[in-house]
Ligand binder design. Structure first.
Ligand code: NDP
Length: 479
């Protein structure tokens, strides 16, 4: 069976303690490779390599660093097929999704930050008759990047690319559940001419390798995307060490549908915003609020479309949903369906496991729609992170705002209306880091990305990411 390795100091290597974990293929429920279960000893090796590499990388000109990152982006593009297959196999997502979303986004993440850094200018502030301030933005040093399993290379590269572009050396850990594309990335970085030790990729469990990254005194900043409970632990651990922290955490996002919307467009986008990637996107709109005059029509047509959604093996070109990422995750999602029933909800469609012929042990779930729940029950307040949505009618703007803002999360929100004034009014009042009006998941890499409340701390994307991965130093010169 294939054994993955860590990528440290420009070379693939076995974990110091020689311990490995099984890596499952969600579509078949079988183990297909093993990955290092790295420990603090491996993190130490990576930190040593990064310390050695930092003067070389940080003193390179921006355009030299940019050229290497452009080559890295082109290297992924050149191996598109290999990356797409690996991502789909590791995660269970339809091959078509990996081909159209995940891997192309990883290519653009590297390309975007490779070019953004060239245009990254720092501020200067003149004090008339007194002098001038200018701000230097220096790389931090060694930074840690920890990412989740839902959009593996997409989110891994979203952190690594700005960190490297800004001149830092990186110790990165992908989720233990989806390590493969991060594993392939080492090879591409090497071919792109990345100096040894600049990018170090470690595999293993959060509680060992992840924790060792967070606790290492020489790692000065942590960019983490994952669950809110893990984010809270990381914040508690890193804060007394005065590390810079960026936390992109969970969500329980509202999708608010007014009667005056473009119904057809809303319906097809709502199918995607509910179930894309098996509902495992932090930005999915899992709480659907529908204005009462169109509630019955929406319910009927939405449920009909959900019923006919194809759940199949990820390689099947007709698959709209593949497998969810793991057995424990599948069980967690199903337990929320049971909870919803206990809380008085009615399952309108789905709510059960699907058997796919030839892959009977795969983790397939039918997309699920539930109604009849109060806005403040657990099903409507806690993140399920699977193909499960609730639908709830509303009568007034005030009422829906109150329900939409009632969770501890504040990541994203979607609004459907053709009343421009109402759209702006609502966007201003929603407690979320991102609001999409008559659309969903349209992303411009220049914009700030992140959540309010328990959805995170800080913003990434565009200049925000480059600011996070640099240290500002102000210099004053007297006239
Ligand atoms: P987790 O929080 O379980 O894990 C995220 C990463 O952190 C993994 O690499 C994990 O390793 C690692 N980790 C776990 N424990 C520790 C620790 N003590 N110290 C350091 N690292 C640790 O999240 P999931 O992987 O389950 O991802 C799903 C979550 O991510 C959802 O809540 C989702 O909303 C959120 N998310 C947020 C996004 C955003 O931009 N706001 C985007 C995408 C997802 P391992 O898996 O190996 O244990």
């Amino acid at each position: 069976m294939e054994r993955l390795q860590n990528f440290i100091d420009g070379a693939y290597c076995d974990p110091v303690k020689g311990q490995y974990l099984d890596n499952y293929e969600p579509a078949s429920g079988t183990v297909y490779s093993q990955i290092p279960n790295s420990t603090e000893e491996d993190v130490e090796l990576a930190v040593k390599a990064a310390e050695k590499a930092f003067p070389i990388w940080s003193e390179m000109s921006k355009s030299e660093r940019s050229a290497i990152l452009v080559k890295l982006s082109e290297g992924i593009q050149a191996r598109m097929d290999e990356f797409v297959k690996a991502e789909s196999r590791d995660n269970g997502k339809p091959l078509s999704l990996a081909a159209h979303v995940d891997i192309p986004r990883a290519v653009s993440n590297f390309h975007f930050f490779a070019t953004a850094i060239i245009h990254y200018a720092s501020e200067s502030h003149q004090m008339e008759g007194v002098g001038v301030n200018y701000t230097l933005r220096k790389p931090i040093g060694i930074v840690g990047c920890i990412s989740p399993w839902n959009l593996p290379l997409y989110l891994f590269s979203w952190k690594i690319a700005p960190a490297l572009a800004a001149g830092n050396c990186v110790i990165a850990k992908p989720s233990e559940i989806t390590p493969y594309t991060a594993y392939l990335l080492g090879k591409v970085a090497k071919e792109a001419g990345m100096p040894d030790g600049v990018l170090n990729i470690l595999h293993g469990e959060g509680r060992y390798a992840g924790d060792a990254i967070v606790k290492h005194t020489k790692i000065k900043a942590i960019s983490f995307t994952g669950g809110t409970a893990t984010g809270e632990y990381i914040a508690r651990t890193a804060a007394p060490m005065f590390k810079k922290l960026s936390l992109e955490l969970g969500g329980k996002n509202p999708n608010i549908i007014f009667a005056d919307c473009d119904f057809k467009e809303m319906l097809s986008t709502t199918l995607r915003s509910s179930f894309a990637n098996q509902g495992q996107i932090c930005l999915c709109g899992s709480r659907i609020f529908v204005e009462r005059p169109i509630y019955d029509k929406f319910k009927e047509e939405f449920v009909k479309r959900v019923d006919s959604t194809v759940v199949a093996h990820p390689d099947n070109p007709d698959a709209k949903l593949g497998a969810v990422v793991s057995k424990p995750h599948m069980e967690k999602v199903l337990s929320y369906v049971e909870l919803a029933k206990e809380e008085g909800g009615t399952v309108l469609t789905g709510g059960e496991r699907v058997t796919v012929e030839g892959y009977e042990n795969g983790y397939y779930l039918r997309p699920t729609v539930i109604e009849g729940l109060s806005f403040d029950c657990r099903t409507n307040q806690e993140e399920i992170f699977g193909p499960v949505v609730t639908i709830t009618p509303f009568d007034t703007e005030e009422e829906v705002l109150m329900m939409a803002n009632s969770t501890k999360y504040g990541l994203s929100a979607t609004l459907w209306t053709s009343d421009l004034k109402r759209a702006h009014r609502m966007a201003n009042e929603l407690h979320s880091g991102i609001v999409w009006i008559n659309s969903w998941l349209v992303r411009d890499l220049r914009t700030p990305f992140g959540g309010m409340k328990a959805s995170g701390v800080g913003r990434e994307g565009g200049w925000e990411a480059l600011r996070f991965f640099t240290e500002a130093k102000n210099v004053f010169v007297k006239y």
